[in-house]
Ligand binder design. Structure first.
Ligand code: NAD
Length: 496
């Protein structure tokens, strides 16, 4: 099995930018260092990416600060800023096939996902925040007759964003779109495993009229470029999506430097609860499978803890396993592939390590459990289900970030609630039940930022997204996200 011809053909259809985008220009890392950019489709090198460090971050911060202070964007009339952002969204849309291809080449998710979901959602995100620009009003307080109190929102200044590889451009857009809409200048530090679409998007932003220095992209290792951005004394806010472990570091960097604002969207270990009165077992089984196998499980909200009432567990798991067994890992560039590659060899080995640990701790392997398509040279793991999992096992407590379901039995509703909340995470949860009381009680009992009833992953740009507990704080999406990028100012005027 070789996918290399497809990779070679796809490379001819994309524009690959590998250097940092600072002050409106592509520029190599000041150190001259580069990182190999490997496609997980067949394990081949497709580019050398600039490996930036603190010196490049400093240049980007200077460019961002200068653009912010100049007012070229921060003081642009709102309607004009809206027009430029709409033009940016149009550019992304016009290049959506190319960006979808680039995303798939870079991180291995199926082209049908990047083309039908990721890139259209990026366009929607930029449009949503562009439209908000000239529709949100400030406030007047209930002041006495001889005074006027105004409560206004102002941009923060220079915003740094450190983002993950699982939805590279979409997660980035959840940051840069509201940050730009509110008039900030931005520095993006994309994940080193998947930086290509963000670099290309910055070029398209400039073509759309976003002024030089307003949107900068600095690729490189997290421990160098990301850390330098989070520690920089002239960055006003650091917004982050990634693992909880790195989120904790980011919070520390904020405290060690200038007390910059920090917002964290971190990991999850979400429970998907199937009650014996589930209204539609087939729909629930399909949702339970796709809640973990979509994008090969590299989704922060993945419903990896499948809690099934013991009275129906065997029958239900057989249905989920049937979905899993029908899902064959395949070439991510093939339109028919629904299950692609993991992002890189390291991630593949991490997932295989967890699978080994699950077996060693006594969980029962129902299906999958092994590397797939190794002859392609790429990084694939078969959809995997473990039964007989205890919630204290490693595979029930730690985020695997791969296609692994840990099925856990429970006796009754209270038991399910106890297990659901027995985790350090709180990003998402789901419950399938016909009982209105259970649906409502579960929604309020589970400590998570998103709760789904009789569905999984229902979401929209209009609704907030984020976590409780160690899944982080701060919200992406919706108008609530604008709070992260603005400072409230009170102006009290005494009248004579
Ligand atoms: P990661 O934490 O390894 O990396 C995220 C980003 O942090 C990357 O850009 C990386 O370069 C950077 N980084 C790494 N070390 C750093 C350091 N010391 N200082 C500053 N930056 C550093 O996460 P990942 O593997 O890229 O992404 C997967 C994780 O992201 C999972 O835990 C997943 O749950 C989480 N995630 C969360 C959400 C959400 O909205 N809650 C969404 C998507 C992904």
């Amino acid at each position: 099995m070789t996918f290399s011809n497809g990779v070679a053909a796809a490379l001819k259809k994309v524009t690959i930018r590998t250097e940092a985008f600072i002050g409106g220009e592509f520029t190599p890392a000041r150190s001259g260092e580069t990182l190999p950019c490997i496609t997980p489709i067949d394990g081949s090198e497709i580019a050398q990416l600039s490996a930036c460090d603190a010196a490049d971050i400093d240049a980007a911060v200077q460019a961002a600060r200068a653009s912010f202070e100049s007012g070229v964007w921060s003081k642009m009339p709102p309607r004009k800023r809206r027009q430029v952002m709409l033009a940016f969204a149009d550019k992304i849309e016009a290049h959506s096939d190319e960006l979808a291809l680039l995303e798939t080449l870079d991180m291995g998710k199926p082209i049908r996902n990047t083309r039908n979901a990721d890139i259209p959602l990026v366009v929607q995100t930029i449009r949503y925040y562009a439209e908000a620009i000239d529709k949100i009003y400030d406030e007047l307080g209930p002041s006495p007759h001889d005074a006027v109190s105004m409560i206004v929102r102002e941009p923060l200044g220079v915003v740094g964003a450190v983002t993950p590889w699982n939805f590279p451009l979409l997660m980035a857009s959840w940051k840069f779109a509201p940050a730009l809409a509110t008039g900030n200048s931005v520095i993006m530090k994309p994940a080193e495993q998947a930086s290509l679409t963000m670099l290309r998007a910055a070029e398209l932003a400039q073509e759309a009229g976003i002024p030089a220095g307003v949107l900068n992209v600095v690729p490189g290792d997290g421990a160098k470029a990301g850390k330098a951005l989070a520690l920089h004394m002239d960055v006003d806010a650091l917004v982050f999506t990634g693992s909880t472990a790195v989120g904790k570091l980011i919070m520390g960097y904020g405290a060690q430097s200038n007390l910059k604002r920090v917002a964290l969207e971190c990991g999850g270990k979400s429970p998907q609860i199937i009650m014996e009165d589930c209204p539609d077992f087939d729909a629930a089984a399909s949702a339970a499978a796709w809640a973990v196998f979509y994008d090969q499980g590299q989704v922060c909200t993945a419903g990896t803890r499948l809690l099934v009432q013991n009275s129906i567990k065997d029958e239900f798991l057989a249905k989920v396993a049937a979905v899993a067994k029908g899902l064959k890992p395949g070439d991510p560039l093939d339109e028919n592939t629904r299950f692609g590659a993991l992002v890189d060899e390291t991630q593949m080995n991490t997932v295989l390590g967890y699978i080994e640990k699950g077996g060693a701790e006594g969980a029962k392997l129902v299906c999958g459990g092994e590397r797939a398509l190794s002859e392609s040279g790429g990084f694939y793991v078969a959809p995997t289900i473990f039964d007989g999992v205890d919630n204290q096992m490693t595979i029930a407590q730690e985020e695997i970030f791969g296609p692994v379901i840990s099925a856990i039995g429970f006796d009754d509703f209270d038991d399910a609630m106890r297990i659901a909340n027995d985790t350090v995470y709180g990003l998402a949860a789901g419950i399938w039940t016909s009982n209105l009381n259970y649906a409502h009680k579960a929604s309020r009992t589970i400590r998570a930022g998103n709760v789904w009833v009789n569905c999984w992953d229902g979401s929209d740009i209009t609704t907030p997204f984020g976590g409780f507990k160690q899944s982080g704080f701060g919200r992406d999406r919706s108008l609530h996200a604008l709070d992260k990028y603005t400072e409230l100012k009170t102006i009290w005027m005494k009248l004579s």
